[in-house]
Design a protein around this ligand. Structure first.
Ligand code: HAM
Length: 424
């Protein structure tokens, strides 16, 4: 069969899948400490939800969604990000009537039809957090503090936190106008094709264009912060002050605008120079008007998402899968006893495997050696007659012959019931 895997979609085996499980477990633990609970939403939503939340003029909605009609002709899309679905679920659940502030995290696959490259997939995975119900700058700082704790928790170093403030619907139009005026002063051909189009529809995106020509032009462009109204400015200064006081030193990035339309005020990205052309490991920000624009309650929000593919490129080794024992048995009666012993040890909490191949002793021992198990358990005809098992310490070669009943104690404590240490 020729390869049938879809471009940009990946199968994931250990150690990569172990790494993903590990990231999720660190996230659960840390987010839990900050009061977050897990929400699972469908991967398919009505297309309109994404158009209305992410924005009609964004690259994600214009070019990157997997959109199709269902059997009744309704337009559905695979989620390109989690926030829109979380907003829909939040509105439908009536959660805002039950709690003042909701803290929700979501893990899972997202889909964007982008050109695959290092750190960029068409199916990728996000660890996503949303905090709904508070305008407070303390919450912005808390979210960044949690994101930082998570990134450190999975062992990430050498990343920078970039921040900016996009202002609000009161002050941003003034900035957009100033930016358009500034950009119009350059010949149209000076901007790349995408930015020439964005100039009218989504001028802010010109600021984070990676093309050299556009970068040079925007070097001296007006800065969002200079156009923030006093209340947006006070909010942002408070966030910066809290972060500085907490020992985090965010980099003010005047060109950070984000690729999704729902943001206002505090926006941020965590960037690294070690993942090829894709620099952002995580991104997010405040989106105070989003729920109301979707027909929901006037509840403010802030959130972020980390890309697991990019995180995994930056992480070192994950803790190795731990296998304590590998059991091999030499004849049918021994295999039966070995099978029961293997299940009992696992049910008692020990990790290990039994080799079922009916091969010779040498070949089984070779496989046990390769398995990475700390102990090799051997049952042959002599042992099975006496209900015993040989336990061989694979690190130092020492071995004990114990009754099968005592194997559990020995393996879990490293000691015989007599108190003799197996490593002696
Ligand atoms: P985003 O910046 O579009 O934000 O994506 C967040 C992260 O997802 C990126 O920083 C990157 O690590 C990862 N990512 C995005 N696209 C790809 C891709 N094609 N392949 C691999 N990784 C990718 C959002 O999605 C917002 N919903 C975040 C948010 C939550 N804002 C508020 N709440």
């Amino acid at each position: 069969m020729s390869s049938t895997r879809i471009k940009g979609f990946a199968d994931m085996f250990p150690p990569q899948s172990d790494m993903y499980t590990y990231m999720e477990s660190v996230a659960r633990e840390i987010f839990g400490r900050f009061g977050f609970v897990e929400l699972r939403t469908p991967i398919l939503e009505f297309t309109e939800l994404f158009q209305r939340s992410i924005g009609q003029e964004t690259d994600v909605v214009q070019k990157e969604m997997y959109t199709f009609a269902d059997r009744k002709g309704r337009s559905l899309s695979l989620r390109p990000e989690a926030t829109a679905g979380v907003m829909r679920a939040y509105m439908e659940s009536g959660l805002s009537n039950r709690e003042a502030v909701s803290r929700l995290f979501t893990f899972g696959p997202m889909f964007r039809y982008e050109r695959p490259q290092k750190g960029r997939m068409r199916q990728f995975h996000q660890i996503n957090c949303e905090c709904l119900g508070s305008h407070s700058p303390f919450v912005d700082a808390e979210m960044l503090c949690m994101l930082w704790a998570f990134l450190h928790g999975v062992g990430l170093k050498d990343v920078e936190l970039h921040v900016n403030s996009l202002g609000c619907p009161n002050c941003r139009p003034r900035f957009t106008q100033a930016l358009q005026e500034y950009l119009h002063a350059f010949p149209k051909e000076a901007l790349c094709e995408d930015c020439a189009r964005r100039l009218a529809s989504n001028p802010l995106r010109v600021l984070d264009c990676k093309q050299e020509g556009c970068r040079q032009i925007t070097e001296k462009a007006p800065r969002l912060l200079d156009y923030n109204c006093p209340s947006c400015r006070t909010h942002f200064d408070k966030v910066l002050h809290l972060l500085e006081g907490h020992g985090m030193h965010p980099v003010l990035n005047h060109k950070l605008v984000r690729g999704l339309d729902y943001y206002c005020r505090t926006t941020f990205e965590v960037v690294s120079g070690n993942i090829g052309a894709q620099t952002a490991v995580a991104g997010g920000g405040r989106y105070d008007g989003l729920l109301r624009s979707l027909g929901g309650p006037d509840v403010p929000g802030i959130g972020f998402a980390c890309g697991m593919e990019r995180l995994s490129l930056l992480m070192g080794e994950t803790p190795a899968r731990h296998k304590l024992f590998c059991l091999l048995a030499m004849d049918e009666e021994s295999r039966q006893q070995g099978w029961h012993l293997t299940q009992n040890l696992r049910l008692a909490g020990l990790a290990g495997e039994m080799l079922y191949a009916e091969s010779g002793f040498k070949s089984l021992m070779r496989q046990a050696g390769k398995s990475g198990a700390r102990y090799c358990l051997i049952i042959g005809p002599d042992e099975s007659k006496q209900g015993k098992v040989v336990i061989k310490n694979m690190a130092n070669g020492s071995q004990e012959c114990l009754s099968q009943d005592r194997a559990l104690h020995y393996l879990s404590t490293g000691q015989d019931t007599t108190g003799k240490d197996s490593n002696e």
